[in-house]
Design a protein around this ligand. Sequence first.
Ligand code: NDP
Ligand code: 8X3
Length: 253
Amino acid sequence: MKNKIALITGATSGIGKATALTLAKMGFDIIGTGRRADRLEELGRELSAEVRFLPLVFDVRDREKVGKILGNLPADWSAIDVLINNAGNAHGMDPIQTGSLDDWDAMMDINVKGLLYVSKAIIPGMTERNSGMIINIGSIAGKEVYPNGNVYCGSKHAVDAITKGMRIDLNPFGIKVIAIHPGMVDTEFSLVRFKGDEARAESVYKGFVPLYAQDIADIVEFVVNRPSHVVLADIVVLPTAQASATLVKKNLS
Ligand code: NDP
Ligand code: 8X3
């Protein structure tokens, strides 16, 4: 994959970081984005010196900044081959009657609108070149709805629908559009969802073997390595212990 460019949003932790490291090992030059500049610097130090790295610090909610930064990439970074829309999180886990408007705004603005802002900036280059691949990170929460998951599930159902729409509209251009929908992955996800409550976040992954960020990065590697006539359009990946969004075989003693 020499001289190919992958842009990964949310490359500062979890799935995005593992994916950036994996794609770099495959030879991709990497554009990594996120709000935490220090984490992007750290990622840069971990990446192989054989690939180029462009860290971009922005909040995907900031429509103008997203357009300005991604619409003015340096010439030798502008032809993105693979876009991975990964930035996102759950914020809170409350019943609909007591949920927080700020949490709802955050989830819709980041998981849905942020994905759209980034895609809007990158897709025209792909349609011009009649090539490219977009991988949207959805969730089992985009396939099922679970108690207190209401708005997060809504945001990921939107990602599922938008992915299908992208696949249809971009079909004439030969652009591959893929959704990966993971079940429970042990990242900083629950720490964010529970607003820094470490004990509560850790308890989510107790008593079973969850997925790890690298498991998702391995799937990205496989997806990206398919021949040009093959697209893995829609992938649901769960830990073996997980049968549905709510059913997890736990061994808690
Ligand atoms: P992490 O919390 O570890 O990573 C989230 C990433 O998203 C970080 O790099 C963060 O960067 C970035 N991000 C969050 N908000 C913003 C924002 N406003 N602007 C820019 N970047 C942002 O969680 P995961 O790796 O688990 O999550 C990655 C994706 O996977 C998300 O879309 C999530 O919904 C999805 N997912 C996660 C699952 C899980 O169980 N962990 C399961 C299914 C799907 P920074 O904070 O530096 O801005
Ligand atoms: C994250 C997985 O089950 O917490 O998308 O919603 S779950």
